[in-house]
Design a binder for this molecule. Structure first.
Ligand SMILES: Nc1nc2c(ncn2[C@@H]2O[C@H](COP(=O)(O)OP(=O)(O)OP(=O)(O)O)[C@@H](O)[C@H]2O)c(=O)[nH]1
Ligand SMILES: [Mg+2]
Length: 403
């Protein structure tokens, strides 16, 4: 029961619902991201199903007609996994599994699985394992209440109940053990961090796949793993960086995503401490992504959850080399220009109006505009440094022309 399912996504279908809060275009964008997540997990999406439904069906999430359509497709094409964009209740997940007879995952389950696949260090693995068990626990409860309702009281006091009760106890024990293990590691990391001395601490934050690690590598000449998949980075890397005469610490950490499972935010607490304890955040944004503004909101929401939303922040708009504004044909008199038609210059103006010079536009890949980026970071770090150590001449001798 507690063995991890060996997940082999090979062939998958995606399911999303259209409703008052998410129109068809939005759902398609979300499904694009879900498809990228599926691909990252090692799967290939064969088909997407969407249904317009205001209130999800409490038993099967989507309606029975649509479910039948999915069922036929799954059978005919030997689909291994059906992945829902929204969170399913434990009962829904069970019911659907019985109907479709294949693996049923929701967004949270998929993200947890990617984290599990990608966790390399024992520290990351422990954090992911904790999140997975937290996710599993109510699902065991769900299974139990489900059986209870089906069979009633009589017979439920037999081995069935005992087995599930045992499973729940094993999971709880495991959770307690993992928490203890993490507390110990947390303490060690805290000591490590306090040993780093008085250097100003800067943290790269942002949505997954925006180029944080690439920027880290460019700035610190390090070799952090970067690739075009989601959640390439799960562990935090800290490097000492010197700009001009000013040394500081720069950390690269796990990327965020829309609806990042709360279990993960909680168990990645100490990885995220790097962000929480930073003096300055570099919020990296992939401006070439059509949804980048929504990504900014998702990141801010998570920063809020970890009480870091009010920190001093520089917005770093990356991938300007890849940015393409939508265009309107000259003879098209109907289409109204929107922000999708903005040029990079338009975006610069917009953000300058919002936050002044706390926004920079770069390409980490092509090393475009990195001088301005270094200058902006230098100015902010220097401000923090000078405020904190008014009498300290810790700064290396000035040679400002050397950014
Ligand atoms: N075109 C373009 N691609 C870039 C740029 N910066 C990074 N990339 C690419 O974007 C992909 C993701 O880069 P990463 O540096 O791994 O992104 P990340 O933010 O660290 O991602 P996670 O660790 O998964 O959160 C890689 O394929 C990079 O080569 C850029 O300025 N322009
Ligand atoms: Mg990374």
């Amino acid at each position: 029961m507690l063995e991890k399912k060996s997940i082999d996504y090979e062939k998958a279908v995606l399911i999303g619902v259209i409703n008052a809060v998410q129109n068809e275009a939005k759902v398609n964008e979300y499904l694009d991201e879900l498809e990228f997540l599926t691909y990252t997990a090692g799967g290939e999406v064969q088909k997407r199903f969407t249904q317009r439904i205001e209130v999800p069906n409490p038993k099967t999430y989507i309606g029975s007609g649509k479910m039948q359509e999915v069922q036929e497709y799954v059978k005919e094409h030997e689909i291994g996994s059906v992945i829902f964009d929204d969170e399913l209740s434990p009962a829904q997940q069970n019911n659907i599994e019985k109907l479709l007879r294949c693996k049923i995952l929701d967004r949270t389950g998929l993200i947890l699985d990617i984290f599990a696949q990608r966790a390399k260090t024992s520290y990351a693995r422990t954090q992911v394992e904790l999140a997975q068990y937290e996710y599993l626990l109510p699902r065991l409860t769900g299974l139990w209440t489900h059986l209870e309702r089906q069979r009633g009281g009589i017979g439920m006091r037999g081995p069935g109940e005992t087995e599930i009760e045992t499973d729940r106890r094993i999971v709880r024990d495991r959770i307690a053990l993992l928490k203890k293990k993490l507390t110990k590691i947390d303490r060690q990391m805290e000591t490590q961090r306090s040993n780093r001395g008085s250097l100003v601490r800067v943290a790269l934050v942002g949505y997954t796949n925006v180029g944080k690690s690439t920027l880290m590598n460019v700035i610190s000449k390090s070799e952090v793993f970067a690739e075009n998949k989601l959640f390439a980075t799960l562990d935090t890397t800290v490097r000492k960086v010197v700009i001009g005469n000013l040394p500081f610490l720069l950390s690269d950490t796990v990327g965020f995503i829309r609806k990042l499972p709360t279990q993960l935010v909680e168990s990645f607490k100490s990885t995220l401490d790097e962000v929480r304890e930073a003096d300055l955040l570099l919020h990296v944004v992939d401006i070439s992504h059509p949804n980048f503004e929504e990504h900014i909101d998702s990141v801010n929401q998570i920063l809020d959850e970890i009480k870091s939303v009010d920190k001093k922040t520089i917005m770093v708009f990356n991938k300007i080399d890849q940015y393409q504004a939508e265009t309107i044909d000259e003879d098209d008199l109907i289409t109204e220009p929107t922000s999708a038609h903005f040029t990079i210059e338009d975006w610069k103006k917009t953000w300058f109006n919002k936050i002044g010079d706390r926004a920079v536009f770069i390409s980490a890949l092509n090393k475009e505009n990195l001088e301005e980026f270094r200058k902006r970071v230098y100015d902010e770090v220097r401000d923090i440094h000078v405020t904190r150590f008014p009498y300290n001449n810790f700064l290396y001798p000035e040679h400002l022309d050397e950014y």
